[in-house]
Design a protein around this ligand. Structure first.
Ligand code: IPM
Ligand code: MG
Length: 401
């Protein structure tokens, strides 16, 4: 094709992306209210096992959640549902990020607990369909990816508010190869999308007695989109006079998380999608590995809870899936409990995870046969969460009493 034609066809593609994004913004301007779980009876919790190590680790979280919510299930207040079909085999067969019938089942649930799902990339043998995670986040408008990382003994208590529907992810499957040599992707940052995640971060800080929010961008280089995110942060911060905020660049931020003399000073961090993806893996590693970190994908109507990590194909290929650490999905389960209105059960599960994973460590995961299996850790956790002196032990270890 002649250059002129190539450019015209790229412009046409770009034009259709702009139309879709402007329409999305119109939708964001008419946002509804948050769902109220106290009027949902039963609250429906869907369980999706996913791929790779997903089914193994998700099963452990399901066992613990079903145990903690047993009375609520009996009373008809909560219902668990297993949803099949969100596997890479089925997604590849249907050439869909989320098959229609699976999405329909997901939409019948209030919240879901999801195992990691394989995300194809060019040349890996699977059709290069969109990530199920990314698609679910966009489809259900789960705009906030909340990822807590806590290391009580080091005084670390970070909560990341990762924007979850925009940035490089919004059009990650809709870039263009303009010519054989020129590939372009598109980054999307909107006023409405930035404001809602920043407001949630500042609200959380206010509600939980924190006094600082750190906003992470690369606004010195990526001037337009990160510049907007930072401008909105400035605007939102004015509504929270008791909370100070500072802006950090993503590069120095990744370094500062390793600075043991300063890192405990960070409390609430708000950031665009891709920086949030990267920084939270680093934070998870500092906590003891990405296998220890969970996340909540929250929207006004739906919410999905999952590990922060992927399907660990290396573990599966080497036959080590039974040694995968289920702590990540269990953390996600604790967040699910807090989210649907059982904060005490959620806190209990968080504490059991701290006691088992950071303090007593009677069962240690190494990811291979030198350590425990997922089942063994699940059992250890379930026993610990049931012990009446859990609270007292956690307080003692954390230096609270
Ligand atoms: C995460 C994961 C996903 C992401 C992948 C699996 C698409 O890394 O939840 O952080 O990039 O968001
Ligand atoms: Mg990630």
């Amino acid at each position: 094709m002649a250059d002129k034609e190539v450019i015209e066809s790229a412009k046409e593609h770009f034009g259709s992306l702009l139309e879709a994004q402007l329409k999305r913004i119109d939708g964001l301007k008419n946002n509804q209210d948050w769902i109220d779980y106290s009027s949902a009876k039963p609250i429906i919790v869907g369980i999706l096992g996913g791929d790779g190590i997903g089914p193994t680790i998700t099963k452990e979280a399901q066992i613990v959640l079903e145990h903690l919510l047993a009375d609520q299930v009996k009373a008809g207040n909560v219902e668990f549902r297993t949803i099949d079909g969100l596997t890479i085999e089925n997604r590849a067969k249907q050439l869909k990020a989320i098959p229609d019938d699976v999405l329909e089942e997901i939409k019948k649930c209030h919240v879901t607990l999801k195992g990691p799902t394989h995300t194809p990339e060019q040349g890996d043998g699977w059709p290069n369909i969109e990530s199920a995670n990314v698609s679910m986040r966009k489809e259900l408008d789960l705009f906030a990816n909340v990822r807590p990382v806590r290391i009580p003994k080091d005084n670390i208590d970070w909560t990341f508010f990762r924007e979850n529907t925009e940035d490089m992810y919004a059009l990650g499957s809709q870039g263009i190869n303009v010519t054989e040599d020129l590939a372009m992707d598109f980054r999307v940052i909107t006023t409405q999308g930035s404001r809602r995640i920043l407001e949630l971060a500042f609200d959380y800080a206010k509600r939980t007695g924190k006094d600082k929010v750190t906003v992470v961008t690369k606004a010195n280089v990526v001037k337009t989109t990160d510049g907007k995110f930072l401008d909105i942060a400035r605007e939102v911060s004015e509504k929270y006079p008791g909370i100070s905020w500072d802006g950090w660049y993503i590069d120095i931020m990744t370094a500062k998380l390793l600075d043991t003399s300063r890192r405990h000073e960070f409390q609430v961090l708000a950031l665009p999608n891709l920086y949030g993806d990267i920084l939270t893996d680093e934070a998870g590693q500092i906590q003891g590995g990405v296998g220890t970190a969970g996340s909540a994908n929250i929207g006004l109507r739906y919410a999905m809870f999952e590990a922060i990590h992927g399907t660990a194909p290396r573990m599966v290929n080497e036959g080590r899936d039974q040694f995968a650490d289920p702590s990540s999905v269990l953390r996600a389960g604790a967040m699910l409990l807090e989210h649907i209105g059982f904060p005490e059960l959620g806190s209990k599960l968080h504490k059991a995870l701290d006691v088992c994973g950071q303090y007593e460590r009677k069962v240690v995961m190494t990811g291979r046969n030198t350590g425990a299996t997922s089942r063994e850790l699940g059992e250890y956790l379930l026993n610990t969460v049931m012990q009446p002196d859990l609270e007292e032990r956690w307080n003692r270890y954390s230096g609270i009493s």
